[in-house]
Design a protein around this ligand. Structure first.
Ligand SMILES: [Zn+2]
Length: 201
């Protein structure tokens, strides 16, 4: 084999290695499309629900919550946290569909976003990349889920008719724990404003 052919061969091999996850996904899609029966699914989800979860590959809501295609809208980000971006996207969806729906927040144990709570790491990301990850950091999932409910409650662009609840998924047992039962943002705002008024008295 000439040197030139050897180099060409190595390039092709490297391209094959690089493409292999994509080939795997396309092959799996063939199996999915072969038995496809979902052409008539409506755009709006059957369970009238949006789940926010972490991007961690172990916590895919479709598996963890046994979702069928077309049942639930799933949003995912680092930690499954309510960020300004998530709030804006949710407000946009609420304006588009013009009806109330449920938001289920789902964080999980052993989350990579716990590393974002490290002040030194946070500072390094800000210094080197100009990225502020403070709103994505996780320190205590139970408390952070309640903080995220407060973030939704305090976002004026979100309609009060939306309902929010929170789950914590345990990556070791596969079970979810209900951290907060469903409440509308309007109820939460009334409670906030009522508490504020009595505290001021
Ligand atoms: Zn995570």
């Amino acid at each position: 084999m000439t040197k030139e052919n050897l180099v060409k061969c190595e390039i092709v091999k490297s391209e094959e290695d690089h493409a292999s996850p994509l080939r795997t996904l396309i092959d799996r899609n063939k199996g999915f499309a072969d038995g496809f029966t979902a052409a008539d699914l409506p755009m709006l989800p059957k369970l009238n629900t949006m789940v926010l979860a972490c991007i961690d590959a172990r916590v895919d809501p479709a598996y963890v919550l046994g979702l069928e295609l077309g049942e639930v809208v799933v949003a995912r980000n680092n930690g499954g946290r309510v960020t300004r971006t998530f709030i804006d996207e949710t407000a946009t969806i609420a304006a588009m569909v013009a009806r109330s729906f449920d938001i289920v927040l789902m964080q999980h144990t052993n989350c990579g976003a716990q590393r974002l709570a490290d002040p030194a790491f946070q500072a390094a990301l800000k210094d080197k990349l100009g990225i502020d990850v403070s709103e994505s950091a996780i320190t205590d999932q139970r408390k952070d889920l309640l903080t995220d409910i407060d973030r939704l409650r305090d976002a004026p662009q979100l309609p009060g008719t939306l309902t929010v609840s929170a789950l914590l998924y345990d990556v070791e047992s596969g079970r979810v724990e209900e951290i907060a039962a469903p409440r509308t943002l309007a109820e939460l705002r009334t409670q906030r404003d009522g508490t504020g008024a009595s505290a001021a008295l």
